[in-house]
Design a protein around this ligand. Structure first.
Ligand SMILES: NC(=O)c1ccc[n+]([C@@H]2O[C@H](COP(=O)([O-])OP(=O)(O)OC[C@H]3O[C@@H](n4cnc5c(N)ncnc54)[C@H](OP(=O)(O)O)[C@@H]3O)[C@@H](O)[C@H]2O)c1
Length: 211
């Protein structure tokens, strides 16, 4: 297992903690905003391991928390799309040819229910105001990407999106209802799907949710 991290020092710390728990984990330093480092890291994986079975697009930022949609700056929107959408697109474009060689792959896009049309349009049961538009639309774009690439199933590759719920991380904050383990559960399930498993879906708590 490899973790991709833009900050080598933080990555080494995370790897050391996981190794202590008995997990064999390697580190790849990658900034998903930078196409060149994405290409380099996939090339490195190709050389070292020859294959890549699973990609979890987890990198994400929220820069406009609680900022009303009418006040959010264009640069904030662009910066958010750069990581949350283009970052995932870059990773997918680079890994699919490698997965295709082995006719196997599982891609998990870590999205958010905040980007679901059902919720943003107020048609669902949950309604959450008009703030954090940059973040939310970036996740809508990630969801659209998940739909549009689903024909990679022909190559033995499955792609799904997941909303982890609000999780106790730096982004979700300490008062979030879900632990990191709970938040990661659906992503781990999607990363390890067997051939019968879903493709092109959007899930929370291992259940399909509306786009
Ligand atoms: N926590 C929640 O409640 C919640 C809810 C719904 C969805 N999500 C989604 O879950 C995913 C993980 O979020 P989190 O809660 O763990 O957030 P987090 O605590 O803020 O962590 C985000 C991670 O993404 C990394 N990252 C950001 N930009 C990057 C880039 N350009 N290249 C590589 N790595 C980058 C960060 O690296 P640094 O450490 O270097 O900053 C950090 O490790 C995100 O996609 C988020 O949108 C989270």
């Amino acid at each position: 297992m490899l973790i991709g991290c833009r900050d080598a020092e933080k990555g080494e710390k995370a790897v050391a903690e996981m190794n202590k728990d008995g997990l064999i984990v390697g580190l790849q330093v990658v900034n998903v905003n930078d196409k060149e480092t994405v290409e380099q890291v996939i090339e490195q994986i190709k050389k070292e391991y020859g294959r890549l079975d699973v990609l979890v697009n987890n990198a994400g930022i929220i820069l406009d928390r609680a900022v009303p949609v009418l006040e959010v700056g264009e640069s904030v929107i662009k910066e958010t799309f750069e990581t949350n959408f283009f970052g995932a697109l870059r990773m997918i474009q680079e890994v699919v040819p490698l997965m295709q060689q082995w006719k196997y792959g599982r891609i998990v896009n870590i999205s958010s229910g905040l980007g679901a049309f059902e919720i943003m349009s107020g048609q669902g049961q949950i309604q959450i105001g008009g703030s954090s538009a940059a973040y939310r639309i970036s996740k809508t774009m990630l969801n659209a990407l998940t739909c549009l690439v689903q024909d990679i199933a022909e190559m033995g590759i499955k792609v799904n999106a997941v909303c982890p719920g609000r999780v106790q991380t730096d982004m979700g904050r300490a008062d979030a209802p879900s632990t990191v383990e709970e938040g990661a559960d659906t992503a781990v399930w999607l990363a390890t799907l067997d051939e019968e498993g879903p493709n092109g879906g959007y899930f929370r708590d291992r259940q399909p949710i509306s786009w």
